[in-house]
Design a protein around this ligand. Structure first.
Ligand code: FES
Length: 370
């Protein structure tokens, strides 16, 4: 049974990474700077809190290339792990990606185990240490095939406690070995086990190494080609679906011009955001908070009652979105939900609610941020 032990973990990690890669490739918005779910928006958001924020800032201009590398990287890691092909290399790449996502996105998750990336990082460790196992594994298949082509017969191995070997060995005598001139018995010097080890010629080993490289490289090339074609087809399908539904897109909140300068009029003071008529009752509008540059969002709950928030998600800094008519605001990155009326978090992973802002309407019909 021990040979099957790694299989569930391998299949789970492989399927998850392959799915994550395909999901990104199928989503044109992931590569579009204008979308709040784009890789640019996610990197910009993550750079607010991440311990590697300087690196993230420097990488933002290359966000699209990084997005492609991540998407195809996840797909390659996922397929390699699923098939058990070059499993250690796939696992090292998976751990590297998970570690970077941990630093960039989920470093501040509290408690620490609520962030998925740190769990993925450690989930890769058994596959790095032990490889992909011998069951349903392309690596094992390649090894068997190369061994057969090199004339190496794989002898069945059976684990036997060394005490049993001592019990059946005629040379063992009270902890000493007669075959070793009565020196202490030790498994690593046992002449009985040594003489039964298969004798393999160095030519056969070299042939085996060569065959392993040839068969392994061929398998990697075939799988990489299939993955590239799958990725391209997924991307094309995503674009077709997006263009087919582009005419039925839900209305997005209005953007207020926000003057950025303080003023006072109609009995209200603060930064002029724009006309209150742009935010009808039950709807929202977005604006830029002049003091921080963060995106803000304002709602008119009832006639003349406005609530507003800094729309930066407190989990990892993505921009929280709102679909007109919905009861909740939603973070597109990891799905945190926030109440419209209070900004409180309804479901995580965001550790707390949105930062509230004060927006008031004036007698002259404008909105002011105080
Ligand atoms: S950034 Fe992760 S839920 Fe918002």
């Amino acid at each position: 049974m021990a040979e099957w032990a790694l299989l569930p973990l391998r299949l789970f990690l492989g399927a998850t990474f392959a799915f994550a890669g395909l999901q990104k490739l199928a989503n044109p918005a992931f590569f579009s700077a204008k979308s709040p779910t784009s890789i640019q928006a996610q990197m910009t958001g993550a750079a607010r809190f991440s311990p590697i924020h300087s690196l993230l800032h420097a990488m933002i201009p290359h966000a699209v290339i990084i997005g492609w590398v991540i998407a195809y990287g996840e797909l390659a890691i996922g397929i390699g792990t699923l098939l058990g092909l070059k499993t250690r290399i796939a696992a090292i790449a998976g751990a590297f990606l998970s570690f970077n996502l941990f630093l960039a996105v989920s470093f501040h998750s509290s408690p620490y185990f609520t962030g998925a990336d740190i769990v993925f990082l450690f989930a890769w460790m058994p596959l790095i240490i032990a490889g992909g196992g011998s069951r349903l594994s392309a690596d094992a298949l390649i090894t068997r095939r190369a061994a057969a082509q090199s004339g190496l017969v794989k002898l069945p191995l059976v684990a036997v406690p060394f005490e049993n070997v001592q019990a059946f060995c005629g040379n063992f005598d009270k902890g000493h070995c007669r075959a070793l001139s009565n020196r202490p018995c030790a498994a690593d010097q046992c002449p009985v086990l040594d003489s039964r080890a298969p004798q393999v010629s160095s030519v056969a080993i070299k042939t085996f190494d060569r065959r392993s490289v040839v068969i392994g490289s061929t398998a990697v090339a075939v799988v990489a080609g299939a993955a590239a074609v799958t990725g391209l087809l997924t991307t094309a399908t995503g674009h077709l679906e997006a263009s087919a539904t582009s005419g039925q897109k839900a209305a997005t909140p209005t953007t207020l011009p926000s003057s950025g300068s303080n003023s006072s009029a109609g009995g209200a003071k603060g930064t002029l955001l724009g006309p209150a008529s742009a935010v009808p009752v039950g709807s929202a509008a977005t604006f830029t908070i002049p003091s921080s540059g963060d995106p803000g969002i304002v709602f008119q709950l009832n006639k003349g009652t406005f609530v507003a928030y800094d729309a930066v998600c407190p989990h990892a800094g993505c921009r929280v979105g709102y679909t007109p008519g919905a009861p909740l605001m939603l973070c597109p990155c990891h799905g945190s939900q926030f109440e419209v009326a209070t900004g409180q978090v309804v479901s995580g992973p965001a550790p707390h609610g949105l930062t509230p802002l004060t927006v008031v309407g004036s007698a002259n019909g404008n909105l002011y941020l105080q």
